[in-house]
Write a protein that binds this ligand. Structure first.
Ligand SMILES: Nc1ncnc2c1ncn2[C@@H]1O[C@H](COP(=O)(O)OP(=O)(O)OP(=O)(O)O)[C@@H](O)[C@H]1O
Ligand SMILES: [Mg+2]
Length: 166
């Protein structure tokens, strides 16, 4: 693929248990660009994101991140490349504290991530206040902050947010 796009999804067919939900999806995200997917409930928006992270089965087509072909790459490998994902639901570890959730986001890092942790707390002040509280005791929006903060712990090149306005 001869492109400078950060993310490129080309002609992707993917879905669950042999049924294709996506049928020939194309999408590109360039550096510095913000791309929004809009569609009715059940249209397949989340499936686009899940296809990138190996949570839906890609039967045909290709997904590239920078110069890497990441089609069907294991999701921990995708994260190591700097592409992170905030799921729509079940996006925190409820029994872990807020801070432990954020630290889980840094599990692929081998360097000191304390500055990044402070950065996340400055973006989401309510999380600092509740850092010792179990994430399962937070409100829906606060959990979304934890999930976003966790994804930001690797300082990603590209962040994929499923229903960020929630
Ligand atoms: N794990 C799954 N197994 C089987 N079918 C699924 C699975 N997840 C989603 N689907 C189906 O795939 C289709 C698209 O779902 P998807 O979650 O991608 O929609 P969406 O556009 O994100 O909707 P919403 O706006 O409600 O979040 C739906 O028909 C749904 O029933
Ligand atoms: Mg969805």
């Amino acid at each position: 693929m001869t492109t400078t796009s950060l993310l490129e999804i080309r002609n992707v067919y993917s879905g669950y248990r042999g049924v294709d939900i996506l049928q020939g999806v194309n999408l590109t995200v360039d550096k510095g660009e913000m791309v929004v997917i809009i569609g009715p409930n059940g249209a397949g928006k989340s499936t686009v994101l899940k296809s990138i992270f190996g949570l839906a089965t890609v039967r045909q087509g290709e997904i590239h991140f920078g110069d890497r072909n990441i089609t069907r790459l294991r999701n921990d490998r995708v994260v190591r490349l700097g592409l992170c994902y905030v799921p729509q639901t079940e996006n925190v570890f409820p029994s872990l504290t807020v801070q432990e959730n954020l630290e889980m986001g840094a599990y692929v890092r081998t360097d000191d991530y304390s500055a990044q942790l402070e950065k996340v707390y400055s973006l989401f002040p309510p999380l600092k206040e509740k850092r010792k509280q179990a994430a399962g005791t937070l409100s829906g929006g606060q959990r979304q902050m934890v999930a976003m903060g966790r994804a930001l712990m690797v300082d990603p090149k590209l962040l994929l947010l499923d229903e960020p306005t929630a």
